[in-house]
Ligand binder design. Structure first.
Ligand code: SF4
Ligand code: SF4
Length: 374
């Protein structure tokens, strides 16, 4: 039976929570000293940990400390950030800005984004994925998640974190290939099922809420989560935090595939209730309605939304014209002019990769009426 753990913690005493999470699932029984263990962090962009965008370095240090104490000799931290940051020469700068350089004393910081092709289950829509070799070759993969809200997928948790295993500029191509969020989420679930992380542990000590994944507000929640089940943990987190699971397309996709069991066990500080609701992205909240007329309103909203409303990025005055968004956009919808960044709305597929890589909070996601059905 799948087991989900939740433990309260601050970063100051994070090691105790890390130990409880590992011990709750007997992870030490699955590891041996000669194994190469990968910690797949969330390093989506080059942000200071204070912004709560990336997995906190103290959280990662706690994992490394535990692994060292049980005798693991080779540990590598890996992720493949989005868009323009995929340029290899920038990866060290990402580690630096995210506060990871001190970890080099205890673990390798991966900068090799060579990929290998991994075949998927024959029943999947995707036939294969190219994933970074360091993850594909690992003996054991720890999915070290930063919990955040997300403009497109509502939350970033276990399943979404695995998207960072896709290398280089291939990542935005998936947004272009799957512009519909349900198709995109199905791809994420198939990717997670192909990578098969051995253990998922979630940094929800300081989270980002609101317009995540990079431009929301930091909030202290004081929680950690863990499970060997990368699919069900997302639903457990959503339920613990009072976020309706049906709002989260990756959970819907996991359930559609039968990957989330209704029978499970929970351990730890399971009585936790947030003092106030988690603030979801405005574009997600705009679809919220009362239970009473939910089905009907949802039907009408989806019709309207699909046919007449488009979510698009709007560049605000904080833009420094660094062009990270231009280089990242998979649809080539952004261009730099002499004095601003221009969006071609007809090309935009609403993937929000631009928002993810913007270092200056210069992108707002807004709803616009389409002039005609596209
Ligand atoms: S919107 Fe953000 S990423 Fe794009 S050019 Fe402006 S500052 Fe750079
Ligand atoms: S402009 Fe932004 S949201 Fe639109 S396709 Fe490009 S990266 Fe995606």
């Amino acid at each position: 039976m799948n087991k989900y753990a939740v433990y309260k913690s601050d970063y100051e005493n994070i090691y105790s929570a890390i130990v409880k999470n590992f011990e709750a699932h007997n992870i030490r029984e699955e590891l041996s000293p000669d194994m190469h263990v990968i910690i797949k962090a969330n390093l989506v962009t080059d942000k200071n940990p204070a912004f709560s965008v990336t997995t906190n370095p103290d959280f990662i240090y706690g994992i490394i400390k535990y692994l060292k104490e049980i005798g693991i000799k080779r540990i590598t931290i890996a992720d493949c950030p989005g868009g323009a940051l995929l340029l290899f020469s920038k990866m060290r700068e990402v580690y630096n800005k995210c506060g990871y350089l001190f970890l080099e004393e205890f673990a390798e910081l991966n900068t090799d984004f060579t990929s290998v092709r991994i075949n998927c289950d024959v029943d999947f829509k995707n036939k294969n994925f190219n994933i970074i070799k360091v993850v594909a070759d690992a003996d054991y993969v720890i999915n070290a998640v930063k919990f955040k809200t997300h403009n497109a997928t509502c939350i970033t948790a276990g399943v979404k974190n695995i998207f960072g295993c896709i290398p280089g500029l291939e990542k935005p191509e998936f947004h272009a290939k799957y512009p519909n969020i349900n198709d995109f989420s199905n791809m994420l679930v198939e990717l997670a099922a192909t990578v098969k992380p051995d253990f998922t542990i979630v940094d929800a000590v300081d989270i980002m809420e609101g317009n995540g994944p990079t431009n929301g507000q930091r909030r202290h929640l004081g929680l950690t989560f863990s499970s060997k089940d990368v699919f069900g943990i997302d639903k457990f987190i959503a339920e613990t935090l009072g976020i309706p699971a049906e709002k989260i397309p990756t959970i819907r996709a996991s359930e559609n595939k039968g990957f989330i069991s209704s029978e499970y066990e929970t351990v730890g500080d399971t009585e936790f209730v947030p003092d106030k609701p988690i603030v979801l992205p405005e574009v997600i909240n705009a679809t919220s309605r009362s239970k009473k007329s939910e089905a009907r309103i949802k039907f009408i909203f989806n019709k309207l939304s699909n046919n007449f409303i488009k979510k698009i990025p709007e560049i605000n005055s904080d833009c420094t014209r660094c062009c990270k968004c231009v280089m990242t956009c998979p649809a080539k919808a952004l261009k730099k002019s002499s004095d601003k960044i221009i969006l071609d709305k007809s090309l935009c597929i609403g993937c929000f990769c631009c928002d993810e890589v913007c270092p200056n909070h210069a992108i707002n996601i807004v709803r616009k009426f389409k002039l005609k059905k596209q």
